[in-house]
Design a protein around this ligand. Structure first.
Ligand SMILES: Cc1cc2nc3c(=O)[nH]c(=O)nc-3n(C[C@H](O)[C@H](O)[C@H](O)COP(=O)(O)OP(=O)(O)OC[C@H]3O[C@@H](n4cnc5c(N)ncnc54)[C@H](O)[C@@H]3O)c2cc1C
Length: 472
């Protein structure tokens, strides 16, 4: 049967599921996306989580890799309503003296602002910022699929394989060390683990190359744009359709799963070989997020006014504090002063809240499946840099790890990265087969496959590409 007359389904409508569906539909397949939840999008959804009129991004909110994604950028998502909003600067990091470090998007400005460390910062990121269009497709794919690393990637690996604790030695100012540590800590790794440096660089490089934008109207606008594009190719998204067994999928020639290994086993184990099942069982999940959404009566009253220039704020003190927070989380403990990632979208997108009111989202890292309440610790970190914050809170909604999993089944134990990101699971994600499984009509495309977590759609794109190639 020619590929064009085949029917395919994608289970799960996260950004990777939708990317896979679009790639299949572009090739002429008839594609259905089956989504368990009532609203499509997985970690890219916007909902009224606190009070009427306050629109919160349930999961992701800031899109360096979305704006820099080679696949998304090939799709003219603007025609389907996507509009990126850039805050004046991508990131702010307040300090205890009432000032803040601000990461400027423009590299020349960043060099000036970072003062004594400007040159070292530029040396670290400049080659990749300048060649983002060539670099992004190489770095956002399976390392195993690159027969000979191109020069840029080899150069990235030279620094990126180092732990963040080694990279920060190049910076003289404790402020720059803290700034880089905050970027590296997005990895959920301890700062002295290998690859933590690569994550720091993978946050810094797009900050300069494409920015850290938010989506006008919220994350849902990105999902809606992807669905709009898919619909224009004839694809259909069926929400409130949870897939629990392969019997539900008998009408489809090809099945691509935007789920993690544990869910794939629950649904498809009888169709998979014993050795593949064993390997999936060995897949390790990573630490979790403890998240809070806020409806606010006014903007966050930062001591350092520069913090209002950035949509994303890293709310934590020094390098040492971030290192201690992330080491505690890796050791199964909970930091007294956690590294808090905070996003304040309504400062730049008034559509998120009623006139004059605001929204914010904040999370910190905790061990997988943790049931420790981190709310007070998150809020005392925010108060430390924005005294009076608590008085601005009109309502809050707390998502402990189990609450996250209840609203998106891929967030196993609250793991927002689709699995631990150590060296082995970077190379073999989820197994050496990558997107393929032991059954030739079943593929996996979630962030449990290369290149891993983040909203870029490249896992879905590569999985669909592999499936199409194998179908001839
Ligand atoms: C709190 C939080 C903050 C984040 N912040 C950012 C950020 O700012 N920037 C960024 O780039 N990334 C961020 N991320 C990570 C990002 O959201 C994920 O990496 C991304 O959404 C992964 O996409 P995915 O398609 O692999 O899976 P998901 O987005 O998780 O989608 C999986 C979908 O599959 C569905 N599903 C699961 N099981 C079934 C089933 N049996 N049947 C049918 N459907 C099923 C789920 O309901 C879900 O819709 C964040 C995540 C969270 C949770």
């Amino acid at each position: 049967m020619p590929a064009q007359s085949k029917r395919a389904c994608v289970v799960g409508s996260g950004p990777n599921g939708l990317a896979a569906a679009i790639k299949l539909a572009q090739a002429g397949l008839r594609v259905d996306v089956l989504e368990a939840e009532a609203i499509a999008g997985g970690g890219v959804r916007t909902m009224e989580l606190t009070l009427p009129g306050f629109h919160h991004d349930f999961g992701s909110a800031v899109y360096p890799l979305g704006a820099g994604s080679p696949f998304f950028n090939s799709l003219r998502l603007r025609d389907h309503g996507l509009d990126w909003i850039h805050s004046a600067a991508p990131l702010a990091h307040p300090h205890d003296d009432g000032t803040a470090s601000v990461l400027e998007q423009n590299l020349a400005s960043a060099r000036t602002v970072l003062g004594v460390d400007g040159k070292a910062w530029c040396n670290l990121v400049e080659p990749f910022v300048e060649h983002w269009d060539a670099f992004a497709p190489e770095v956002l794919r399976s390392v195993l699929s690159i027969p000979r690393p191109p020069i840029l990637l080899a150069r990235f690996g030279r620094n990126g394989l180092l732990p963040a604790s080694a990279i920060v030695q190049r910076f003289k100012s404790p402020r720059t060390r803290a700034l880089f540590a905050g970027l590296a800590a997005h990895s959920f790794l301890s700062l002295n683990e290998l690859l933590s440096g690569a994550f720091g660089m993978m946050m810094a490089i797009p900050a300069h190359a494409v920015g850290w934008p938010i989506a006008r109207g919220g994350a849902q606008s990105l999902t809606n744009a992807l669905i709009g594009h898919l619909s224009s190719l004839g694809g259909v998204v069926k929400t409130s359709t949870r897939v629990e067994s392969m019997q539900q999928l008998e009408e489809y020639d090809l099945k691509i799963f935007d789920v993690t290994p544990r869910q794939l086993l629950n649904i498809a184990e009888p169709r998979l070989s014993e050795s593949y099942v064993r390997k999936l069982r060995g897949f390790r999940y990573g630490p979790a997020a403890f998240k809070v959404d806020y409806a606010l009566s006014e903007p966050i009253p930062w001591k350092a006014k520069e913090c209002t220039r950035a949509a994303t704020v890293h709310v934590v003190g020094t390098y040492e504090e971030i290192a201690a927070s992330e080491a505690a989380m890796r050791n199964g403990q909970h930091a007294e002063k956690p590294f808090v990632l905070l996003v304040q979208p309504s400062l730049f997108d008034p559509s998120r809240a009623p006139e004059g009111k605001h929204t914010a989202w904040a999370y910190c890292h905790v061990p997988n499946g943790s049931n420790v309440d981190m709310l007070a610790r998150i809020e005392s970190q925010i108060e430390r840099f924005a005294p009076g914050f608590r008085e601005c809170v009109l309502a809050r909604r707390v998502f402990a790890p189990a609450d996250l999993e209840a609203i998106d089944a891929n967030l196993i134990g609250g793991d927002i990265s689709g699995g631990a990101m150590g060296m082995e699971q970077l190379l073999f994600r989820p197994t050496w087969r990558g997107y393929a499984t032991s059954a030739k009509d079943i593929y996996i495309c979630s962030s449990s496959t290369p290149p891993g977590g983040g909203v870029h759609g490249m896992c879905g794109y590569h999985a669909a590409k592999m499936a199409l190639r194998r179908m001839g």
